[in-house]
Design a protein around this ligand. Structure first.
Ligand code: OGA
Ligand code: MN
Length: 301
């Protein structure tokens, strides 16, 4: 079965469909290397019709680096449906029933509907996320992705210079605060203290620069908070304009894989009485980004 990589937006080099492999059966190191080359180019990959178990999904994900555990979930210990290796991206409780409208974990989960990059609130943020659709509602619930490389490329030089060395504070407390959610335990507040991330990153393999934005950002180091929030909100508006966005309409057994270093994503609304069940495995990044240096070539442009 030859691997087939088909761009979904040929003029933009953003998002591609990958067929000609059966992930349930495992893939070779060579195929995994081809997939990583493809994601370097397209940032979002869609693998349709991959009927996989959590274990098979995990084994496939491990080809791409060290794995994260699901410490960002609000139901991390009690009331878990899935193992700590799997992020539960669903509206279901541990009995598989749809959560009540006012359920705390459901309200926390609504944060996924704000533009974000996975685990930007962890000291080491995520590299790749792999999301497998087990149950999808008939309508709504798309996932949208926005290309942060184009968002960077299209900024004018003066704004690029202003962004280049900025360090942001990220926390799940900030992103949920934007929705008016503050129902956190003392442990959660402790666990989700802000972490520092660069605003501009250089991709280690392509050397392309991108804006590292996320709804988890609460402020910029050294800036007054309202000015920082306004600046980030303006950048986010620019970075999520329609022309940069790929919207994925899910089918059961789609597996999506994206590079959190170069895209933001968000879920869209759907009928909250219908089941939506997606399972996510997450490959960790190389380390905290605030110690990385932004590219010298950008400085001298
Ligand atoms: C995620 C996420 C969006 C969605 O899995 O990290 O943000 O559409 N998912 O469920
Ligand atoms: Mn996410």
């Amino acid at each position: 079965m030859p691997l087939n990589i088909e761009p979904l937006n040929p003029d933009k080099q953003f998002a591609a469909r990958v067929t000609g492999l059966d992930i349930a059966n495992g893939v070779s190191r060579e195929i995994a290397a081809c997939i990583e080359n493809a994601i370097d180019k397209y940032a979002v990959l869609v693998f349709p019709d991959q009927r996989i178990t959590d274990d098979q999904q995990y084994r496939f994900s491990e080809h791409f680096g060290a794995m994260e555990t699901a410490t960002g979930d609000i139901n991390a210990q009690a009331d878990r449906r899935l193992s700590m290796d799997i992020n539960d991206i669903s509206n279901l409780d541990s009995n598989g029933q749809v959560r009540d409208r006012s359920d705390r974990a459901r309200l926390f989960g609504l944060g996924n509907m704000l533009w974000h990059s996975d685990s930007s609130f962890k000291a080491t943020p995520a590299k790749f996320s792999l999301l497998s659709a087990r149950i999808v509602p008939e309508q709504g619930g798309n996932t949208e992705f926005s290309d942060m490389r184009r968002a960077w490329d299209d900024l004018d030089t003066e704004l690029q210079r202003e962004c280049l060395d900025l360090i942001c504070e990220h926390s799940q407390i900030y992103s949920r605060g934007k929705l008016g959610f503050d129902d956190f335990t003392d442990d959660e507040r402790q666990k989700w203290q802000p972490v520092l991330q660069r605003l501009v990153r250089e991709h280690p393999r392509t050397q392309r620069l991108s804006l590292f934005l996320s709804s988890h950002i609460g402020t910029i180091q050294g800036w007054p908070v309202p000015e920082a929030r306004l600046f980030i909100s303006d950048l986010t508006e620019h970075a999520t304009q329609a022309d940069y966005v790929y919207a994925h309409n899910w089918h059961q057994w789609d597996l999506l894989m994206w590079d959190n270093r170069v895209v933001m994503h968000r879920a869209r609304r759907y009928d909250h009485t219908k089941k939506r069940d997606l399972h996510r495995t997450t490959v960790a990044g190389d380390g905290p980004t605030h110690v990385e240096l932004a590219a010298d070539h950008a400085r001298t442009n």
